[in-house]
Design a protein. Structure first.
Length: 575
């Protein structure tokens, strides 16, 4: 028996005493370099994790046995699947967020690390707070690994579970032996790809490149070359980070891109295959069916069922079509106040981090994610989860958007029914205001913000109800711009341009809870330019709530129509 083995056996006998000491290396103590890893506790395969972040009091190895989720360790967040493992020292903050409704199993191993030190000629065990540098993790830091030899590792976990249920001394020594075997397996795999900040950056750049250039000819050799690693090491590191191999990830991007095009009937099958990165149409069809169980033609004929809305107003288009989104990213400025219970939808705060957003979309497993075209980068970042379809926004009429979503979801009948109801309400509104507003009278729609910002609106957003539904006549300068673009948005108004917008009616939109807007309104009413306007002099100024009229979706304009009619029929001027 060599000296190191004898020393470790002596230390093992002092294990109980060492647990109580919980000290660190101090003055006058010589570090021998022969760290002793002592198994402390095995937590059998579990399905639940506490809601809050947990501060570790011992060394911990977490092993994902089944399922997927997000693992956060000391601020770093990684998507994890079966085969991922966390190694973390005491003091680390760890949060595990499994995907809801999926079977998720993890195992936990807690252990202590002691170093034999010389004190007055005798060896004593002292707890240390930093692991030695194994190449896979800096001392004192947490590491998330992906174990290629997971089957072997699972066998070791199962043995530990078996021995941990026994109370004999022999079982305890066997447990320690299996524990050390597991450590050796982990270190062996971890040493093969040391992760540096530069390598992390290169991997992020490669993933971003794949998201942008999925339709180009990307080979494993080329991607490994970008990472400056061998193909084997690159593939292992990629799977550790993304939970899937590089080629599987690339195939997912391509298939989801083809789904986007198929759902929008965007060209021939050959063109769709080429746009998704497949030069051979037949090969594309085989891959597509292998992935989805359907041919591309069959897929295109089946409307998506689970829809995720990446913007609040998109959800209201879906509600108008009698669809409930599985997830809604809420923007508090674009939500209907005190309206609509979204209990059947998962809600995502607009201020969430990208990692939180990514996880939320992944958790609900949507068939399609809907976003607006101004949400730059959403398609690239979320396409690995599901097809991401952009809804036209700029220079796009509300009814055009409704028709676009109805076509996508095969809800044309529901869209037609909504349009009939809205047309009937608009006709009824025109009849109601006929005795108050003549066909020749003109309108200016003024949006009042805080500060010096004033906007005059055209036919989109605020102007939709007035100019499209009620068919009121815009002031000449706005009418000229709407003749070029019926969905013209707005112009900023300067003090010298009031005469250009002097109309028979002045509709003022103001945020009711904005002190700055209220002050601006008081100041505006004292100006000579305002008091000289004909709408002010004839008592045809009306104030409406900007919070409602800034919403631009089917359910919002139904409410706006009623408010607009009521305001025009009111005999009171609010100037």
């Amino acid at each position: 028996m060599d000296g190191n083995t004898q020393a470790k056996m002596q230390l093992m006998s002092k294990y109980e005493e060492a647990e109580q000491m919980n000290g660190v290396l101090g003055e006058g103590m010589e570090h021998t370099g022969n760290e002793l890893f002592v198994f402390h506790k095995f937590v059998a395969e579990c399905e639940l994790w506490e809601a809050e972040s947990r501060r570790l009091t011992s060394y911990v190895i977490l092993v994902i046995m089944e399922g997927q989720g997000m693992l956060e360790a000391n601020g770093g967040i990684v998507q994890v699947t079966k085969g991922h493992m966390l190694l973390a020292p005491p003091g680390s903050y760890v949060q595990l967020s499994p995907v809801p409704h999926d079977r998720f199993i993890y195992a936990e191993v807690q252990f202590e690390v002691y170093s034999p030190v010389q004190r007055e000629g005798a060896l004593e065990p002292q707890s240390i707070q930093k692991l030695p540098n194994w190449g896979m993790v800096r001392p004192g830091e947490a590491a998330i690994l992906f174990m290629e030899s997971f089957d072997l590792f699972k066998l070791q976990i199962n043995k530990m579970a078996e021995y941990s249920n026994r109370t004999s001394r022999g079982a305890r020594y066997r447990l320690q032996a299996v524990f050390h075997e597991m450590l050796e397996s982990m270190v062996e795999e971890g040493r093969q790809v040391p992760i540096t900040s530069d390598l992390r950056y290169r991997m992020d750049q490669i993933i971003h490149y794949m998201q942008l250039h999925y339709k180009d000819e990307l080979t494993l050799d080329a991607m490994a070359g970008m990472s400056r690693l061998s193909k084997v090491h690159f593939s292992r590191l990629f799977k550790r980070k993304m939970g899937t191999s590089p080629l599987e990830y690339l195939t997912t991007l391509r298939i989801n891109r083809s789904k986007e095009l198929l759902l929008q009937a965007a060209g021939s099958m050959k063109n769709i295959a080429n746009e998704a990165g497949y030069r051979d149409e037949l090969y594309f069809s085989r891959i597509f069916k292998k992935r989805t169980g359907l041919t591309p033609t069959q897929y295109a004929a089946q409307p998506p069922k689970r829809l995720a809305a990446a913007w609040s107003s998109i959800a209201y288009y879906l509600f108008a079509l009698e669809l409930d989104p599985c997830l809604v990213q809420e923007d508090p400025y674009l939500c209907h106040p005190n309206e609509l219970n979204w209990n059947r939808s998962t809600r995502l705060d607009n201020n969430s981090s990208w990692q939180e957003k990514w996880l939320a979309f992944q958790q609900v497993k949507p068939d399609v994610i809907l976003c607006y075209e101004f949400q730059v980068g959403w398609q690239e970042k979320l396409r690995s989860i599901a097809p991401v379809i952009q809804i036209p926004w700029f220079h796009s009429h509300l009814l055009k958007r409704l028709a676009f979503i109805a076509q996508l979801t095969n809800r044309q009948l529901q869209a037609e029914a909504w349009l009939r109801r809205y047309a009937e309400s608009a006709e009824e509104g025109r009849i109601q205001i006929a005795n108050t507003v003549s066909e020749k009278e003109t309108f200016t729609l003024l949006m009042l913000y805080g500060g010096d910002v004033l906007r005059v609106y055209g036919g989109q957003n605020v102007g939709h109800v007035f100019y499209h539904a009620l068919k009121l006549r815009p002031v000449a300068s706005i009418a000229a711009q709407m003749s070029q673009d019926a969905d013209f948005g707005f112009v900023e108004l300067s003090g010298e341009a009031w005469r250009e917008y002097d109309a028979d009616w002045m509709i003022v939109f103001m945020k009711q809870d904005s002190g700055a807007a209220a002050i601006r309104w008081e100041q505006l009413q004292q100006t000579k330019e305002w008091t000289s306007l004909q709408a002010v002099q004839t008592g045809r100024v009306r104030i409406l709530d900007a919070d409602l009229f800034l919403l631009y979706d089917p359910l919002a304009i139904e409410k706006q129509l009623g408010r607009a009619v009521d305001a025009l029929m009111s005999p009171l001027s609010l100037a």
